[in-house]
Ligand binder design. Structure first.
Ligand code: PGA
Length: 247
């Protein structure tokens, strides 16, 4: 399967800006060999579905509540997202973990729910700066993976995004060695847990990916894609990242 480049818009853009973005993006992006996904705010789901129908681009929400419907004020239903045409979902982004106190156990419940509603999860893992400084990076990644993937069978697709928390939105990017080390450790875990299916699981890097560092990062060990925040908000910088990976 090809390299994946996923956009995480976070809490940016409304439906009008979403439409404008996709109009421009479809016009200027000419590379179908890179699998491109968009994680959009739930309020932009309908417009995204409309804009991306008849294209090969995938999309999904940035978070879900693990139930189809019910008395869960303010939450996003995976069932409705799936009905609208979403095929993917982000789970356990570090902003969910840090700002909304999402636990490892909740990431596991959400992954199960996503799979129940035919959404392919992209599970985000990553260490904080203090965890890196005290040398526990690989331990943290392992803990997050073990918990989130407990009793999870792979249905269609499932991917992992390694996002060091200290590199998100900071302009500070992990170096190739740090990325390779983390990705290789995640791959070892996957080889053990899913010996027959691990090859189809991509490990994305996220954290200040920009047009000027994308090519180098794409060459680090086991990098099978990117999760891009800030630089995915403008069609031209996002397309420049896609082009940089094409070489
Ligand atoms: P960034 O965000 O590219 O702005 O660092 C990445 C992410 O949070 O997924």
């Amino acid at each position: 399967m090809s390299f994946i480049i996923a956009a995480n818009w976070k809490m940016n853009k409304g439906p009008k800006e979403t439409r404008q973005f996709f109009d421009t993006f479809k016009e200027i992006n000419s590379d179908p060999s890179i699998k491109t996904l968009f994680f959009v705010p739930a309020v932009d789901a309908s417009e995204t579905a409309r804009s991306l129908s008849q294209t090969s681009y995938g999309w999904g929400p940035q978070n879900i509540f693990p139930a189809g419907s019910g008395a869960f004020t303010g939450e996003t239903s995976p069932q409705v997202m799936s009905e609208l045409g979403a095929r993917y979902v982000l789970v356990g982004h570090s902003e969910r973990r840090q700002l909304f106190f999402e636990t490892d156990e909740q990431t596991n419940v959400k992954i199960h729910s996503a799979l129940d509603f035919d959404l392919s999860p992209i599970l985000c893992v990553g260490e904080t700066l203090s965890e890196r400084k005290n040398g526990t990076t690989l331990e943290v990644l392992n803990r997050q993976l073990v918990a989130a993937l407990s009793n999870v069978q792979i249905k269609n697709e499932l991917h992992i995004a390694y996002e060091p928390v200290w590199a998100i939105g900071t302009g500070e990017v992990a170096n190739t060695e740090q990325v390779s080390e983390a990705h290789q450790s995640i791959r070892s875990f996957l080889k053990e847990k899913y010996p027959d299916q691990q090859q189809k699981i991509k490990i994305l890097y996220g954290g200040s990916v920009k047009p000027n560092n994308a090519e180098e990062l794409s060459k680090a060990q086991e990098v099978g894609g990117f999760l891009v925040g800030g630089a995915s908000l403008k069609p031209d910088s996002f397309v420049d990242i896609i082009k940089a990976v094409q070489g």
